[in-house]
Write a new protein. Structure first.
Length: 364
């Protein structure tokens, strides 16, 4: 009897999006075979190709179906022959349209990938395991009131008390839930009024969380801290653009952008899960993209949308075991002795290997 029914909107998108999403679905189908979950997958086309075909990057029907689903699995959007931003704005339309105000980005270096971290051992120490919490609906990226003329252009950075408060509260609650001893807020309060507003709210809300150590960093200094003491970073909370930037930097510390997952979350409501990488048109269709960021996004969906830790942990265990056996090229060691022992895998091969291990765990 399948008594946990979930409607999952599938937004494959462009470039490597469809290739990696297929591997995420593979994991969910295995879970369905060995658990009480029943997933109904609903295709919700969007992105650059859809823009070319229909004149919009996010058809109303796709948006409505996403809105009526229990969760969304998203690949990537963007095509090189379209104007910059033409496809990508579909993402912000969903983030804003569904009020997905939390962008949750866990960054974890798996032991077997330590040699893929670009930092020396002394900067890795006990490992890297942090979560970046990025405000996802305001700031510069909300693109409210942009003014473009021939000789000048204005983008407005807007923060509202409501949005800053809710994301910072989420950050503190997340840190508390994970047992983190410290939270870092990133801003540019030495220059920007928006950041001073943010910092004041962070300090106010922080008074309710006396057991969590609170640090403020300016964005430039935090970019340095990320490569200087990444092992000490636990929860980070920051505004939209800063979060966008530091999460790519952090993702490379765990071996590849292809390893990082994210959740665009509205707590208690429909949320969207996606790898943090883009559509990577240069490698699209070659079958070499790393599907782990997407598979970890499924893990995040299980945890954050369905409150299910057990299966999420098993997905992660299956990934860790698989990394010891074979990998996509982005995470193969360059000059390591193990190179010969690790199989070079395609996107599909990596997904199959993880699925096999996941299935073995589920059968136990
Ligand atoms: C991300 C991406 C997007 C963003 C782009 C594709 C619009 O870089 O999710 O980090 O900037 O939010
Ligand atoms: Mg980004």
């Amino acid at each position: 009897m399948k008594n946990i029914k979930k409607k999952i909107a599938i937004a494959r998108g462009d470039g490597i999006g469809p290739e990696v999403v297929a591997e995420g679905i593979k994991i969910m189908k295995i879970l369905e075979n060995f658990s009480d979950y029943h997933f109904e997958f609903i295709e919700t086309p969007l992105g650059g190709q859809v823009l070319k075909d229909t004149g919009t990057n996010l058809p109303q029907k796709s948006f409505d179906q996403m809105k009526n689903s229990d969760a969304i699995l998203f690949g990537a959007v963007g095509l090189p022959d379209l104007p910059l931003g033409a496809a990508e704005s579909a993402i912000s339309k969903i983030r804003q349209g569904l009020d997905l105000y939390v962008n949750l980005r866990p960054i974890k270096l798996y032991d077997s990938l330590r040699d893929k971290c670009p930092l020396k051992e002394e900067y890795i120490q006990n490992g890297i395991n942090m979560t970046i919490i990025r405000e996802n609906t305001e700031g510069l990226y909300a693109k409210i009131g942009a003014e473009v003329s021939k000789d000048s252009v204005i983008n407005k950075m807007i923060y509202t008390r409501k949005s800053v408060e809710r994301i910072i509260k989420f950050g503190f609650e997340y840190a508390e839930k994970k047992g983190h001893s410290e939270i870092i807020s990133v801003d540019k309060a030495n220059l920007l009024e928006c950041s001073q507003f943010w910092r004041n709210i962070f300090q106010d809300i922080g008074k309710n969380y006396k057991n969590i150590k609170q640090k403020n960093f300016f964005i430039d200094s935090f970019c340095q801290w990320l490569i200087r003491e990444p092992y000490s970073v636990q929860t980070v909370v920051t505004e939209n653009m800063f979060g966008d930037i530091i999460s790519d930097e952090a993702a490379y510390l765990i071996g590849s952008l292809g390893m990082a997952a994210s959740g665009n979350i509205c707590p208690g409501k429909v949320s969207m899960y996606e790898p943090i990488h883009g559509s990577a048109p240069d490698i699209a269709g070659k079958g070499i993209a790393n599907p782990i960021g997407t598979i970890l996004s499924v893990k995040l969906m299980m945890e954050e949308s369905f409150g299910d830790k057990i299966y999420g942990n098993l997905i992660e265990k299956a990934i860790e075991l698989s990394l010891e056996l074979g990998r996509t090229i982005d995470i193969l060691p360059k000059n390591d002795l193990r190179k010969g022992k690790l199989k070079t895998l395609t996107t599909n091969g990596m997904g199959d290997l993880i699925s096999q291990h996941f299935q073995t765990f589920l059968k136990k």
